[in-house]
Design a protein around this ligand. Structure first.
Ligand SMILES: NC(=O)C1=CN([C@@H]2O[C@H](COP(=O)(O)OP(=O)(O)OC[C@H]3O[C@@H](n4cnc5c(N)ncnc54)[C@H](OP(=O)(O)O)[C@@H]3O)[C@@H](O)[C@H]2O)C=CC1
Ligand SMILES: O=C(O)CCC(=O)C(=O)O
Length: 428
């Protein structure tokens, strides 16, 4: 039996990267928070950080150790809420940042949650199904003490899905001694999942995309759309834009980039990805070898829906889109954001653009508590209404204060969080 030793990443990577981007944004909005600015230290400090060792026995009998995290950034407005990510580049710094993003996002769309996020530093593609299940269950047991339907409710994120949520719900329930369907969202429908949750994030991206296009006088029918990431968020967003008559002219995943100026057949591309695991080798478009060229593709709407830190000072100037819809969390670095602003590109920030997922997670949680389930039409109508209202409120504030949509979204959200904190009388 071999034991794998690794230097815990939080010892080497704490405090850099996306966490720094988040802090920079908080500093930018502080002047707009009036009397509440005295509470802003709250937003700069995650409330609770749990780092866990996740050992599993591999199929060949060896033992592997993975580093897992759950960070509860803020719980002033309700229980922690946010997804769990399985990825080889996950670090504590990243999960801290993503948990803070959840605090802001949940407040921006006014769902009654604080912010949280989790992750395991692992490439799940290297695990068998059995190993994946053992790792998920061990991770859930390790974070069991801080999660719960009224404490902190995980959900899917990168490389996690309904099956992972089912294992998490089952493990938590076994530890509690009773079935607790409300402990996670994004579950299979048969276990109390919600209709429309799988599509919700991509649908939200599409809804705010239509709102933004209307503001810019752009017709969705015939608009050229480029999408980075063809997973849950990017795949659904691409499908909905295509069904609305837009031309999806470029799609990139972590292996390849396919382009077609007259528009890719998104359904055929999805079938190809389902079969092969990647857009690589898709015959209905041209593969381009220089990945960086994706950013310079001729398009009206760009949807980064993969990972953070994708739009940087290196590629921001080459972007030709009029509108960017941030499907991913934190895809744009602050310096790149400034370049886009200078160029007049309308950036709909992640905390609004991709909030459809957590909105339907909220619907799922409510349905689980009441054991009464809504139709897909009811869910999509409510989702559309919340997304439009959030977009409009942020748009109006941006106009009034003459700031970007991102800054406006942070002002709306931080004000809600800090007011809740003040009313509760929590002192630093
Ligand atoms: N799922 C949800 O409900 C929500 C997700 N988000 C955010 O959306 C983003 C995507 O999440 P989700 O769709 O769930 O994740 P998935 O795991 O379903 O899909 C991720 C996609 O991104 C691609 N990708 C990964 N790395 C790169 C890279 N370096 N360059 C290009 N493409 C890459 C993957 O390609 P490949 O398959 O080749 O690895 C895959 O197509 C994340 O930032 C997530 O935090 C935000 C709100 C909710
Ligand atoms: O559905 C949820 O609870 C959270 C989804 C998520 O992780 C996100 O919005 O980034």
């Amino acid at each position: 039996m071999t034991i794998k030793h690794e230097v815990p990443s939080y010892l080497t990577q704490h405090g850099i990267g996306p966490w720094g981007d988040y802090l920079e944004q908080i500093d930018r909005v502080t002047p707009y928070l009036g009397n509440l600015a005295r509470w802003v230290e709250t937003m700069k400090r995650p409330k609770r950080i749990l780092v866990v060792d996740v050992p599993i026995e591999r199929d060949d009998g060896t033992i592997a150790h993975f580093e897992g995290y759950r960070v509860q950034h803020n719980t002033s407005r309700g229980p922690g809420k946010g997804g769990v990510r399985f990825h080889q580049d996950v670090t504590l710094s990243e999960v801290m940042a993503l948990s803070a993003w959840m605090t802001v996002k949940n407040a921006a769309v006014n769902v009654p949650y604080g912010g949280a996020k989790g992750g395991i530093r692992v490439d799940p593609k290297t695990l068998s199904q059995g190993e994946l299940q053992r790792m998920t269950r061990r991770y859930t047991s390790e974070i069991n003490i801080i999660i719960g339907p009224n404490k902190d409710i995980p959900a899917p994120d990168v490389n996690t899905n309904e099956q992972i949520m089912a294992w998490m719900m089952d493990t938590y329930s076994m530890n509690q001694g009773s079935t607790a369907s409300g402990v996670v969202t994004g579950k299979p429908i048969s276990l109390g999942g919600s209709l429309g949750r799988r599509e919700a994030t991509g649908r939200g991206v599409f809804v705010v995309g239509c709102e933004a296009a209307a503001k810019r006088g752009l017709n969705i029918h015939g608009a050229k759309v480029a999408v980075q990431g063809f997973g849950n968020v990017g795949g659904i967003a691409a499908r909905l834009f295509s069904e609305a008559g837009a031309k999806v002219v470029a799609v990139q995943d972590h292996i390849s980039t396919v382009v077609r100026s007259s528009g890719l057949d998104v359904a055929a591309l999805q079938a190809h990805v389902n079969e092969t695991g990647s857009v690589a080798g898709f015959k209905g478009g041209e593969e381009i070898s220089d990945r960086a060229q994706f950013w310079a593709v001729d398009c009206d709407i760009l949807v980064p829906a993969a990972l953070e830190q994708q739009i940087t000072v290196e590629n921001a100037s080459s972007i030709r889109a009029k509108i960017i819809l941030e499907g991913a969390n934190g895809p744009t670095s602050p310096a790149a954001d400034d370049i886009l602003h200078e160029k007049g590109v309308l950036v709909v920030p992640d905390v609004i653009a991709n909030a459809g997922g957590v909105t339907v997670s909220y619907f799922e949680w409510v349905q689980d508590f009441s054991s009464f389930f809504w139709t897909e039409d009811e869910i999509n109508l409510r989702l559309t209404r919340i997304m439009r209202e959030a977009f409009t409120a942020v748009w109006q504030l941006a106009e009034e204060k003459k700031v970007s949509l991102r800054t406006a979204a942070f002002i709306v959200a931080c004000t809600r969080v800090l007011q809740a904190r003040e009313m509760r009388g929590l002192y630093p």
